[in-house]
Design a protein around this ligand. Structure first.
Ligand code: HEC
Ligand code: HEC
Length: 204
């Protein structure tokens, strides 16, 4: 009898410590799309980690490229049809982004859309950069369009082009575009938390 009770206690202790260690890593399961299938990925609970998991996603980076040509698709290939940034980031005269991109997605043609569709300026290029480099330039008024931290918070939590990433429509084949790995609500909460705590950028 006694032996059984002790074995029982040991098993309960193991189960408790296992569930505790799972909980203490505090990972959250997030649903996203990859090649049209719903998958789940794990991201830590730190606000900076959550925020940067979104900024590094192709839905953002495709419009914040290193060069003068927007990127497209899950593989971030160069935009078709000889598209270029042009003098004001809205394309070339007579052949602007708005020639094809309207203020909403066109799920018949597969052309994505949202108000003010344009390429992010060169000073806001994110392609190929680390999350620390991206966060540093995003908070630098010389490179972020003269924005204060509060204005960056508003841009990240309210701007149509940012929010489009969670409603990205379908591509020309009718396949849903992948959404960022953190939900919109959790992203907004993480951004506010990070900025209100002083926007501290970790060393790496
Ligand atoms: C359709 C293209 C497009 C998409 C998609 C897009 N952006 Fe941008 N982004 C822009 C443009 C254009 C600007 C410049 C706007 C301005 O300065 O008023 C910009 C500026 C910004 C800025 C201002 C500060 C800076 O230094 O970069 C932030 C922050 C930002 N975008 C975040 C995001 C995030 C996060 C996503 C994805 C969730 C995203 N963007 C997706 C086009 C885009
Ligand atoms: C001739 C029409 C046309 C013009 C002009 C055009 N685009 Fe596009 N764009 C498209 C089409 C079509 C797609 C969708 C391709 C697909 O996903 O199958 C697309 C997709 C994109 C995507 C991909 C979104 C993603 O995350 O996959 C971005 C970013 C983009 N365009 C930016 C721009 C910018 C910025 C401009 C202006 C400088 C521009 N486009 C001008 C037709 C155009």
């Amino acid at each position: 009898m006694m032996k059984h009770t002790i074995v029982g206690f040991v098993i309960i202790a193991i189960i408790l410590s296992l569930s505790f260690s799972l909980e203490s890593t505090n990972n959250i399961g997030q649903k996203t799309y990859q090649d049209g299938d719903e998958i789940e990925v794990m991201i830590g609970d730190d606000p900076f980690d959550k925020m940067m998991a979104v900024l590094l996603h192709k839905r953002c980076v495709n419009c914040h490229p290193g060069g003068d040509i927007p990127l497209q698709g899950e593989d971030s290939h160069l935009h078709n049809f000889d598209i270029e940034r042009g003098p004001d980031d809205h394309g070339l005269a007579g052949y602007t982004c708005e020639t094809c991109h309207s203020s909403e997605n066109n799920d018949f043609s597969g052309v994505p859309g949202a108000p003010h569709w344009a390429l992010a300026p060169r000073s806001m290029a994110w392609e190929g950069k680390t999350r620390v480099e991206i966060a540093s330039q995003m908070m630098d008024p010389n490179r972020n369009g003269g924005r204060t931290p509060k204005e960056i918070e508003e841009h990240l939590t309210e701007h149509e082009l940012v929010l489009w990433a969670w409603n990205p429509g379908v591509d020309a084949e009718g396949t849903p575009r992948e959404v960022p790995p953190v939900s919109k609500e959790e992203f907004i909460e993480a951004v506010k938390e990070w900025i209100e705590a002083g926007a501290i950028i970790p060393a790496e």
